[in-house]
Design a protein around this ligand. Structure first.
Ligand SMILES: Nc1ncnc2c1ncn2[C@@H]1O[C@H](COP(=O)(O)OP(=O)(O)OP(=O)(O)O)[C@@H](O)[C@H]1O
Length: 304
């Protein structure tokens, strides 16, 4: 288990010995994880609809504790503990089959764990929410393969992404207001695609498509961005620009990057988590990770 710095936990619904106990307090073994509640089928709770500001008073924007998932008896996620600070840029690495994708599936509600706890801030229990509710809450995910609308322009892709945000109530054919145009222009600047807004997305390079998709996520003002292998297939220059982009997003957003490209990870990482067999094997700076014999044995030593 990784050594987390102690997080002071008050008494209350998530406090004391209930939700954040053993890991947060650095006490070692966690008690048996609580069973996962059934997914509610009623309409979005008001607090989700209105996107509450998550309670990050103890630093964490995402908190997983004692999470387990088995597929046909195979433990893909095994007593996983993970805490991501608000505004942090975290890299997750690990060999094939370590559970990285499954971990993201759990956070985004695609996969339900068999047991454990998954919290957004201090108070929002993600295991009580469906996938769409979690996205609406401000947890955005970018899959490895870009899924932009190829026939639409860059501008239209960003516009469509804005409309996908249920909180933006406007009809499909209504004119964009000045604020919305300004937001699209701002995002074009962030993703380095100003001047490309009229081009069809299908005509963009692979790297530009990846940035556009990140831009589409940004149109929904996510609090957390999960990014899966962002630089796979990119040129060296595109990789460097992607590093700059992701680093620039941290602070305002919490960014979790799953990546195999170690040079890229080194270029952006402040803190790295190594997953192995569904569990955190090590956590620390890239230098600490690379000097860790356990990590070298299971992952880096294989030339990954
Ligand atoms: N739906 C599923 N059914 C059965 N087994 C699964 C399922 N999803 C994942 N697994 C298994 O769980 C383990 C973890 O898979 P996962 O995709 O999370 O690993 P990963 O770290 O993302 O790997 P990679 O780096 O190759 O993408 C693997 O052994 C995988 O075969």
């Amino acid at each position: 288990m990784s050594q987390q710095p102690p997080i002071p936990v008050p008494a209350g619904p998530l406090g004391g010995s209930s939700a954040l106990p053993a890991v947060a307090a650095g006490l070692g073994e966690a008690p048996p994880a609580a069973p996962v509640p059934a997914v509610p089928r009623e309409p979005l709770p008001a607090d989700v609809r209105d996107r509450p500001v998550p309670d990050v008073s103890h630093g964490a924007i995402l908190y997983l504790e004692g999470v387990n998932v088995a597929f046909d008896g195979f433990k893909a996620i095994n007593d996983l503990d993970l805490s991501i600070d608000d505004g942090e840029l975290r890299c997750i690495i690990g060999p094939n089959g370590a559970g990285k994708t499954t971990m993201m599936d759990i956070i985004t509600g695609k996969t339900r764990p068999d047991s454990g706890q998954v919290y957004f801030g201090q108070t929002v229990n993600l295991l009580e929410l469906r996938e769409a509710q979690i996205a609406q809450l401000g947890i955005g995910r970018k899959f490895q393969k870009p899924t932009v609308f190829q026939g639409h322009s860059v501008f239209e892709n960003l516009e469509l992404a804005m409309q996908a945000d249920k909180r933006v109530r406007r009809s499909l054919f209504a004119q964009l207001d000045a604020g919305q145009r300004a937001r699209i222009d701002e995002v074009l600047g962030i993703i380095g695609l100003r001047g490309h807004e009229r081009r069809p997305a299908g005509a963009l390079s692979h790297g530009q498509k990846q940035w556009l998709e990140i831009g589409m996520l940004l149109m929904q003002n996510p609090r957390v961005l999960l990014v899966d292998e962002p630089v796979a297939g990119m040129t060296e220059q595109e990789t460097a620009q992607t590093a700059e982009l992701l680093v620039s997003l941290a602070g305002k957003h919490s960014v979790i990057v799953v990546e195999h490209d170690m040079a890229f990870v080194r270029s952006i990482a402040r803190k790295v988590t190594v997953l192995h067999e569904g569990h955190v094997l090590a956590e620390g700076t890239m230098d600490q990770i690379q000097a860790n014999p356990k990590v070298v044995e299971v992952y880096l030593g294989e030339g990954a």
